[in-house]
Design a protein around this ligand. Structure first.
Ligand code: SF4
Length: 671
């Protein structure tokens, strides 16, 4: 049986045969390559599963098993007694496209509320916004095929060897064949990826926009801009270049704490490589300046005409179906087919498509998940339904989040007991990868069919079916009369007809297949009003702190370890959280390796064991995935700052103080 890996956004094709998982050689995205995470999937998929719906009247009470009928009756009466603004749904890029489509239809079309968001808000909201601003539509412009003839790869804010291993290993293999291939890594941490690079620019966290502006400044001053390309295909370049020329390498080497020569080296690469691919991930996205960082990097591609056969800006998606979620419009502003609720023609199309009254879909985006947390605390949102994700660990400023969860009626729908269940009133057992059928879309727009190879345990059900049965219970059965995922796919694909992400001609039997072809804009005509791509002035805001906390993943764990943490093999060496610190900082503060220190931000305190390693001085790194049982939950420290355009939270620049033997390093930080 074939399926797509349920972990990172590379979207590797896998085979399940005789109880084992292996790479699928026929899959166009991964060609049989695989990392070790999914190999242990059969071992963990049935471990400690949720088997039946669980309910408790009060948050302090014990859960009791109930049947599905009773669960639907509780949900139905809650949803009917509350106004559309008082309920909120939080979905996941780990759901299948059919799940997401049914939920979005139920919520935006039939409950008539845009109070829905997904964990892509913590991950891909920023590049999706930047792509729309530049190209007029979401979607990475190139595909993995473009890696084959590229001779330069720039990784920004990405530890791809750990987080997207199959992609990075493919590039390493290329470099082994052709040593002239250049790899650049831009990261404050000397990651395993950075160790493999020809050039590691160990930048001060948060200063990427200044760096990319400076590269554009050099391109301009050296006469390396592709003016012909700009005049034909790009708008806004004068304003963008005017902003960038303020960032001379002399000034920026100081801002970024790097050598001036590294900026020139990077500029030469953008100017003279045969084909250059820029790949980036959460280091650029999870930032209060995330959209500006993305725009400043994409500006380099436009200024040098690096699209299609000359290169591409390529955002690596975090989750296995973040692309599918975006195609189905699962954030608070989206509708299927990359439509937008703010556009009347898009609302009217979907209303007609779903057979609902004109005006059913509301024109204003609902609150994002972090805004919804505040509304829960104010008592304005009274019910939260979380599907296939663990926000009790992944959201920022968790002390606040946990208080909000205490106030709302919380429904958790998941395959496993996760940390968010601790705050729940009602828990719904869901089936997962291999126990249901559906499609997912990986980073380069390749759709894969995920076939069923195992029965779900207990009474667990596919996520789409739970929503279908709730809709039927509430009297909306005619619009949700699906018997299997294929029927849902047949409907959702028609909603994409004529749109950039058109999958209307695809059937399950055709997959894997990429939508949009190898290049999304082969004629260099973009989805903007004038058909041109747009460069934007990338405005940089400087922030300085004594100690900056960065958060991220470990090598073998996937997000909050709900599943990968159940594998002894994957857990080996990653059993407990840690704090990565530069040894010079350790010596200055009198800290020894292995010692516990207390970190404090204005939002909370956490104790962590110190590990010395390659990280820029004044920077600290801690993994975010360790749950409540570990006691050291790093998102208790992260704060409320969000990007003003994408509304993605900043998880990469938290000012912290370190308390060592009673003394605090930074007096401005309240503990
Ligand atoms: Fe899965 Fe990502 Fe590893 Fe591929 S690289 S096997 S998608 S975790």
């Amino acid at each position: 049986m074939r399926f797509q890996c349920p972990y990172c956004g590379v979207g590797c094709g896998l085979l399940y045969e005789g109880g084992r998982v292996k790479g699928d050689k026929d899959h166009m995205a991964s060609k049989g390559d695989v990392c070790q995470k999914p190999l242990y999937y059969p071992k963990v998929m049935h471990k400690d599963r949720l088997l039946r719906p669980l309910f408790r009247e009060s948050k302090r009470g014990s859960f009791k098993e109930i049947d599905w009928e009773r669960a639907y009756s509780i949900i139905s009466s809650k949803l009917k007694s509350l106004s559309p603004e008082e309920v909120y749904f939080y979905l996941s890029g780990q759901l299948m496209t059919e799940d997401i489509y049914v939920m979005n239809k139920f919520i935006k079309g039939f409950l008539k509320t845009n109070n829905i968001d997904a964990n892509s808000r913590l991950c891909m909201a920023t590049p999706a916004t930047a792509y729309r601003l530049v190209f007029g539509s979401d979607g990475p412009p190139c595909s993995y095929e473009d890696f084959e003839d590229a001779d330069a790869f720039v990784f920004a804010g990405s530890n791809a060897l750990w987080t997207h291993p199959v992609v990075f290993k493919r590039i390493l293999k290329k470099k082994a064949e052709k040593p002239e291939v250049k790899i650049v890594v831009i990261d404050p941490v000397k990651t395993e990826t950075a160790k493999k690079a020809d050039l590691h620019i160990q930048i001060r966290a948060g200063t990427d926009t200044a760096l990319f502006n400076s590269v554009l400044c050099v391109l301009y001053k050296k006469g390396w801009i592709n003016w012909e390309f700009l005049k034909k295909h790009v708008a806004g370049y004068e304003e963008a270049i005017n902003e960038a020329v303020k960032y001379t390498p002399e000034i920026v080497s100081d801002i970024c704490q790097i050598e001036e020569g590294q900026i020139y080296e990077l500029a030469e690469l953008y100017a003279f490589s045969k084909k250059l691919i820029s790949l980036w991930c959460q280091g650029l996205n999870q930032s209060s300046q995330g959209v500006m960082k993305n725009l400043s990097l994409i500006n380099l591609h436009l200024a040098t005409g690096r699209l299609n056969h000359r290169g591409c800006p390529f955002s690596l998606t975090g989750q296995p179906n973040a692309m599918g979620g975006r195609e189905m419009g699962y954030l608070s502003h989206g509708l299927p087919g990359y439509r937008d609720i703010r556009k009347e023609e898009d609302r009217r199309f979907m209303e007609e498509f779903w057979g609902i009254e004109v005006g059913s879909i509301k024109p204003n985006p609902g609150p994002t998940i972090t805004e919804a947390i505040d509304l829960m605390l104010e008592g304005k949102i009274k019910l939260l339904w979380v599907v296939c994700t663990n926000p009790a660990i992944t959201l920022p400023n968790l002390n606040k989040v946990w208080k909000a969860f205490e106030r709302a009626f919380l429904i958790v729908q998941d395959a496993y007991w996760n940390d968010t269940c601790e705050f729940a009133n009602l828990i719904l057992p869901a089936s997962q990868m291999g126990e249901k059928e559906g499609v997912m879309t990986g980073s380069d727009r390749t759709l894969s069919l995920c076939q069923k190879f195992s029965e779900p345990p207990g009474e667990a059900k596919p996520d789409w079916l739970i929503f279908v049965e709730v809709a039927k219970y509430m009297g909306m059965g005619d619009a949700f009369n699906y018997h299997n995922s294929r029927e849902i796919f047949e409907e959702l694909k028609s909603a994409t007809r004529g749109k950039l992400c058109d999958i209307s001609e695809l059937d399950y039997e055709d997959l894997p297949k990429r939508w949009g072809g190898r290049w999304l804009y082969p004629e260099l005509r973009f989805q903007t009003e004038d058909g041109k791509a747009k460069m934007h002035p990338a405005v940089y805001k400087h922030e300085e702190f004594e100690f900056i906390l960065l958060t991220g993943r470990t090598k073998n764990q996937w997000h909050t370890m709900t599943r990968t943490g159940k594998s002894e093999e994957l857990l080996r060496g990653e059993e407990e959280p840690f704090l990565l610190m530069n040894p010079e900082d350790g010596e200055r503060l009198g800290i020894e390796e292995g010692e516990f220190v207390e970190l404090a931000s204005e939002h909370g305190k956490v104790k962590l064991r110190v590990r010395f390693g390659g990280i820029k001085e004044g920077h600290l790194f801690a993994p975010f995935g360790y749950g409540l049982k570990h006691g050291s939950i790093i998102n208790a420290l992260t704060g409320d700052k969000i990007d003003p355009i994408s509304k993605e939270p900043d998880l990469k620049l938290t000012p912290v103080a370190i308390k060592v033997k009673g003394a605090v390093t930074h007096e401005h930080v309240k503990g």
